[in-house]
Design a protein around this ligand. Structure first.
Ligand SMILES: [Zn+2]
Length: 216
């Protein structure tokens, strides 16, 4: 969108800070108060299987609240500003990697019907617009499981086994793929997605999220 169109749009639909909900000026990534809380360094950790993951924020305070509003309270419009922050982390952590495709952790169709949108896909598509790296759905969740946050350590590992399948294997093979999710906690979900992509022949696989709970 042009700067002019953005200004006109903002007059009718003001932009909000995704971390506190206050109105922000056009093009600002956050309000001044929240901007001051941005950490200076990005987070780097690994999903299960040793796949690298980067995130601009830890899963605490205003950043955790932002993800919850985006995911559970219908604030899908936060996708753009959150994707800009993922891009900041990706540009730094993976500056030497050239990705062929961006994809996301998929949701089961029943879950999608309930929420109305896949927050990780919204992030992936916005990141694609920012970076010009094409977005593709490369995974499908074909089995329903329990939400990971309701389970304990070992249960989380077993809960994600075999719930994903590869889609479009012809474009996975031999390519570098960036997998997007909203948050990484134990790394089991992203690890399982990476395992499936690896099995389908992906070359380099990395992950990025808005918040990271595990630091290694
Ligand atoms: Zn704010």
């Amino acid at each position: 969108m042009s700067k002019f169109k953005k200004l006109v749009a903002a007059a009718f639909f003001p932009e909000h800070c995704p971390y506190c909900g206050d109105v922000v000026s056009v093009g600002k990534c956050a309000c001044e108060k929240c901007g001051r809380e941005f950490p200076e360094t990005i987070r780097e950790c690994s999903a299960v299987g040793g796949y690298l993951c980067t995130a601009p924020f830890s899963y605490t305070g205003i950043f955790a609240e932002s993800v919850k509003s985006f995911k559970f309270r219908g604030h899908r419009e936060y996708a753009e500003k959150l994707a800009e922050q993922i891009n900041r982390a990706v540009s730094e952590a993976y500056k030497d990697i050239s990705f062929d495709y961006i994809t996301c952790v998929p949701m089961h169709k029943n879950q999608l019907k309930e929420r109305g949108y896949n927050q990780s896909k919204l992030l992936g598509k916005k990141l694609s617009e920012i970076t010009d790296i094409p977005y593709r759905d490369l995974l499908i969740k074909h089995k329903e499981n329990l939400p990971q946050h309701t389970l304990s350590g070992l249960e989380k590992r077993d809960n994600v086994k075999g719930v994903y399948k590869a889609l479009n294997t012809d474009i996975i093979k031999g390519h570098n793929i960036l997998v997007i999710d909203d948050i990484i906690t134990t790394g089991h979900t992203l690890g399982e997605c990476c395992r499936i992509l690896r099995k389908a022949g992906a070359k380099k696989i990395c992950c990025a999220t808005v918040c990271a709970k595990i630091i290694t």
